[in-house]
Design a protein. Structure first.
Length: 418
């Protein structure tokens, strides 16, 4: 029995090393994010860049007017920005409302090529064909409002030499339901802490699909695809070219999130399906490019590729937490068996349990630091009480995605008012 226990302890210890490395990396990003936030400043300057907002919209008559009203009130010279809405396969009055809201409306209809990616691809072609003057483009969802300083912050980033910038993509009305509150918590670490930390360490902030700014020439050099994961694919194209995405934590976009689990199922399934697809498609290439850069002595480029690969390799936080709790339970069981049957193995058992507890405590620190950095309201912390039920729901969803039992193609997320 002692021999079997020793084998079990060693196997569990080896298994624990993988998630422990991931948690250690997340803690490294946490420290880097704290340091980066202390250095972050937006210099005062006279705006000079002409910027276009690109908004893909499919039957967005409910929320689009709110978005357009918000954009009209930005603290930026009105002559230096325009709003362009592509009303994609709409059966409502989205285009009419876009024009009434002061935007240029572009109507598109296609029987088979449907979705955000195709709509943006088509709109870009229209703007380039018309030679619409601009220095940069912002891609924004139709259910989104932005901070008043959004364009001033982006203008400063462009002046500093940035060619691609991701705003802080946050949650609108986080207190509307526990589900939205938990989404706020997730985005505080995924969309705020991690980009801050990654950029300071020499990586790229990544693209989140909403609130993304690109210099005009960059968009023409790299194709915007029409796939479900067009933002991630564009980011991979930038990484391959040695381009970093910068992060603008002071430029905030707030998007509506479904208030129920049923309402968020389509959105979450689309995100996780895209994550799995990108893992399979790009991680091997990123690691090859990393190795090639190391051989050539290009340390910065090597880390850029390694960082992008790590971002895909780290599993969804819910999955990592679930695995950590399972491994902690196993380590606790082995400690009890060692106390009872083989006291000589206690050092191994204690080491294994300590490593398992590091996973749990490390992830707790990571989440709390993210909320502190993002200046989360105190009421948000109450949403953590609903985390166990949400985690179980997400694990079931991951099972559907990994087994291939999911919906095909792009499906618009239902709005709360519908």
């Amino acid at each position: 029995m002692p021999t079997l226990l020793l084998i079990a302890e060693l196997l569990l210890l080896l298994v624990l090393l993988v998630p422990a490395g991931m948690v250690a990396y997340l803690l490294l990003l946490t420290v880097a994010a704290w340091l980066a936030q202390k250095r972050a400043t937006t210099p005062e300057r006279t705006p000079s860049h002409r910027i276009l907002f690109l908004i893909p919209a499919h039957n967005e008559a409910t929320l689009l007017p709110i978005t357009l009203a918000n954009l009209r009130e930005l603290d930026y010279p009105a002559e230096l920005y325009e709003v362009h809405v592509v009303a994609d396969n709409c059966s409502d009055n989205t285009a009419e409302l876009a024009r009434a809201g002061g935007a240029s409306a572009h109507e598109r209809f296609h029987d088979t090529l449907k979705g955000k990616g195709y709509a943006l691809q088509w709109l870009l072609e229209q703007l380039w064909a018309a030679e619409t003057p601009h220095d940069a483009l912002v891609i924004l969802d139709a259910d989104t409002v932005v901070s008043a300083n959004f364009l001033r912050v982006m203008d400063a980033k462009l002046a500093a030499g940035a060619r691609a910038v991701q705003a802080y993509y946050a949650v609108r009305d986080p207190g509307s339901s526990p589900v939205v509150g938990l989404r706020y918590i997730a985005l505080a670490v995924l969309h705020y802490l991690r980009p801050l930390g990654r950029l300071l360490l020499g990586g790229s902030a990544g693209l989140k699909g909403n609130g993304m700014l690109f210099r005009a020439d960059l968009m023409q050099q790299h194709e915007w695809t029409a796939h479900l994961t067009e933002d991630i694919e564009f980011h991979m194209s930038l990484i391959a070219a040695g381009e970093r995405v910068h992060f603008a934590p002071d430029a905030v976009v707030w998007a509506e999130m479904p208030t129920t689990l049923a309402g968020s199922a389509t959105q979450n399934e689309r995100w996780e399906r895209g994550r799995v697809e990108m893992l399979r498609r790009y991680v091997p290439r990123l690691l090859r490019d990393c190795t090639k850069a190391l051989v050539q002595g290009q340390w910065g480029r090597a880390y850029l590729n390694f960082d992008a690969a790590l971002e895909h390799l780290i599993p969804p936080f819910t999955m990592l937490v679930g695995l950590s709790l399972l491994l902690t339970a196993a380590a606790t069981l082995l400690l009890g068996l060692s106390l009872w049957l083989a006291p000589t193995l206690l050092p191994w058992a204690v080491t294994t349990l300590a490593l398992a507890l590091f996973l749990v405590l490390g992830q707790t620190l990571y989440v709390m630091a993210g909320l502190k950095l993002a200046k989360a309201p105190k009421s948000i912390y109450k949403a953590l009480l609903h985390a166990p039920a949400f985690m179980f729901w997400k694990l079931v969803l991951y099972g559907r995605v990994l087994t291939g039992r999911q919906q095909k193609g792009w499906i618009r997320t239902a709005r709360n008012e519908e």
